[in-house]
Design a protein around this ligand. Structure first.
Ligand SMILES: NC(=O)c1ccc[n+]([C@@H]2O[C@H](COP(=O)([O-])OP(=O)(O)OC[C@H]3O[C@@H](n4cnc5c(N)ncnc54)[C@H](O)[C@@H]3O)[C@@H](O)[C@H]2O)c1
Length: 257
């Protein structure tokens, strides 16, 4: 038995992007540790697959999984999340995010910019804003945002994604500043490359030529989603009770290069 078993017993945690990659690994880890997980994903099929998988295993994890299909920042989705959360959310993991085709400034498509900023920043803000009042009433909570190594430097993604993840860092620090005195911790993890379904294709030959040599030499091997999930779950848990306002690189040492 894991020494961590039960860390999230009787706790409700909202996880966005729960259908794939890092968000799915976070949901699984929380379920294994007894949590009640409200899992949000825009891809209903991925949530159904996860539910089926949970039903099919011989020894299901002790936690409860409640799927909410929809876009994380959509008001209808947020209403359903709040209804499922009930009296309060103990935690929120804002994991959902999308890439930008590595578009550099001169080649940014309006739809790429708008979509990346909408999913990576505005949706995260709206869901956090919606859950904070309950956390404040309850007197505590832990929020973990997924930033990126792309917000530690200018050379890990395109300009929309880099901009969005620097905004995630700012949102994280400001939220930690305003609410830590009220028992609400807010932190971010900054992953390096992780083996997930994220679309990391280049839209730009300029970006490919500029970034490829750097990515080939400076970047540690990709991590498994579970390795990032472990750090997120630590920040969600009471084990990190004195940690707020941290931007934690989870990148195999890339930030040190
Ligand atoms: N994979 C990497 O190398 C890497 C590196 C650094 C940071 N990240 C960040 O990790 C987070 C998770 O990405 P991942 O790599 O697991 O990708 P992924 O594509 O495997 O999973 C992301 C999930 O988010 C969902 N999603 C997308 N838009 C959504 C929306 N509007 N509302 C709800 N769900 C939505 C997708 O359907 C998908 O299931 C993202 O914020 C990403 O920027 C990933």
């Amino acid at each position: 038995m894991s020494i961590y078993r039960g860390r999230f017993s009787a706790r409700t945690i909202v996880v966005t992007g729960a259908g794939s990659g890092i968000g799915r690994a976070v949901a699984m880890r929380l379920l294994e540790e007894g949590g009640r997980v409200v899992g949000v994903d825009i891809d209903a099929g991925r949530l159904s697959s996860l539910e089926q998988e949970l039903r099919a295993v011989a020894t299901p994890p002790p936690g409860d999984f409640i799927p909410v299909a929809g876009s994380a920042g959509d008001e209808t989705t947020i209403g359903r999340v709040r209804a499922e959360v009930g009296a309060h959310a103990d935690g929120l993991a804002n994991v959902a995010g999308i890439m930008d085709g590595f578009e550099p400034a001169a080649e940014i498509q309006n739809e790429t910019w708008d979509h990346v900023l909408e999913v990576n920043v505005s949706s995260l803000m709206r869901l956090t804003r919606a859950l904070l009042p309950e956390m404040l009433r309850h007197g505590g909570g832990s929020i973990v945002n997924v930033s990126s190594e792309a917000a530690q430097r200018g050379s890990a993604a395109g300009t929309p994604y880099t901009t969005s993840k620097f905004a995630v860092n700012g949102f994280t620090l400001s939220t930690a500043f305003f609410y830590s005195p009220h028992g609400i911790r807010c932190n971010a993890v900054a992953p390096g490359p992780v083996l997930t379904n994220i679309d990391a294709r280049f839209h730009s030959e300029h970006a490919r030529a500029r970034l490829s040599p750097l990515l080939a030499t400076n970047v540690p091997p990709p991590a498994q989603p579970e390795e990032v999930a472990a750090a997120i779950c630590w920040l969600l848990s009471d084990d990190a009770s004195n940690v707020s306002g941290a931007i934690l690189p989870v990148d195999g040492g890339w930030a040190a290069v």
